[in-house]
Design a protein around this ligand. Structure first.
Ligand SMILES: [Zn+2]
Length: 213
C-alpha cells in the first residue's frame, strides 16, 4: 500500500466480508465435527448393569408376542408390585423424566381403570459410551429430574401401571447406540432376546448400591 492512498471503504468492507466468511466456514466445520465425530465413535464397553429393583429381591423377567425384541417386563415373585422401588441399573445422567404417551387411570385403588398410552411415567438414563436404560409405567412422577446424576442403585421411581400397561409391573430396556439390545444383569445376559412367544426367567437383584461390584 502506498502512503497517501488509504484503503478505500469498499476494499475494507470486502476484506471484512472475506474474514467473516472464513470465520463462519471454520465455525460451521467445527460445529458439524462436534456433532458428527461422537456419532462415528463406536459404543463404549457395556456398563455393569444390575437389575433395576432392590438388592436381594427375586423378580420374574418376561415378554410376550408383540411386546418387542429385548423388551423386559418385571414382576416381583413375592408381594405386591405396586409401589416397589425402581432403581437405576448403573450410574448415569437422567435424560427423560416425565410422561411418555398418556397416564391413563390405573392406580392401586383402581387397578382396572382406563388404560393410558405409551410408557406413562418414565425415566431414561444415559450411562455414557452410548449406553442407556429406560424404565416405564411408573406409579407417580419420577423421583429424579432431567440432567440429574444418579448412582447405581439410586431410587428413581416406584412400580405402577401408568401408560399402556395391563397390570402393575416395570417395563425395562437397555440400548446401545440407537438400538435395543439384550438386557444384561450382573454381568450375564437375561435370555430375553425375542418376542416370538411368551416366556419368563427369574433373577435375583444384586443392585446393592454404588459400592457393590
Ligand atoms: Zn413391557
Amino acid at each position: 500500500m502506498t502512503p497517501g492512498h488509504p484503503t478505500s471503504p469498499r476494499a475494507r468492507r470486502n476484506r471484512l466480508l472475506r474474514v467473516g466468511l472464513v470465520l463462519g466456514a471454520v465455525g460451521a466445520v467445527v460445529a458439524v465435527a462436534a456433532v458428527v465425530v461422537p456419532l462415528l465413535l463406536p459404543p463404549g464397553p457395556r456398563p455393569s448393569f444390575q437389575l433395576p429393583v432392590a438388592c436381594g429381591e427375586t423378580w420374574q423377567l418376561g415378554t410376550y408376542p408383540g411386546h418387542d425384541d429385548y423388551d423386559v417386563d418385571l414382576f416381583p415373585t413375592e408381594g405386591e408390585a405396586w409401589g416397589r422401588p425402581v432403581l437405576a441399573s448403573d450410574a448415569g445422567t437422567v435424560t427423560e423424566a416425565g410422561i411418555n404417551g398418556s397416564l391413563g387411570g390405573r392406580t392401586p385403588d383402581d387397578p382396572d381403570g382406563p388404560r393410558g398410552r405409551g410408557g406413562g411415567y418414565w425415566v431414561k438414563i444415559d450411562h455414557g459410551g452410548k449406553w442407556e436404560t429406560q424404565y416405564l409405567h411408573l406409579l407417580e412422577p419420577p423421583l429424579v429430574r432431567v440432567g440429574q446424576r444418579v448412582a447405581r442403585g439410586e431410587q428413581i421411581g416406584r412400580v405402577g401401571s401408568t401408560g399402556n400397561s395391563g397390570a402393575p409391573h416395570l417395563h425395562y430396556e437397555q440400548h446401545r447406540g440407537w438400538q435395543k439390545v439384550e438386557a444384561h444383569f450382573d454381568g450375564s445376559p437375561s435370555g430375553i432376546t425375542h418376542d416370538d412367544t411368551e416366556y419368563t426367567v427369574t433373577r435375583t437383584s444384586n443392585n446393592c448400591g454404588p459400592g457393590a461390584p
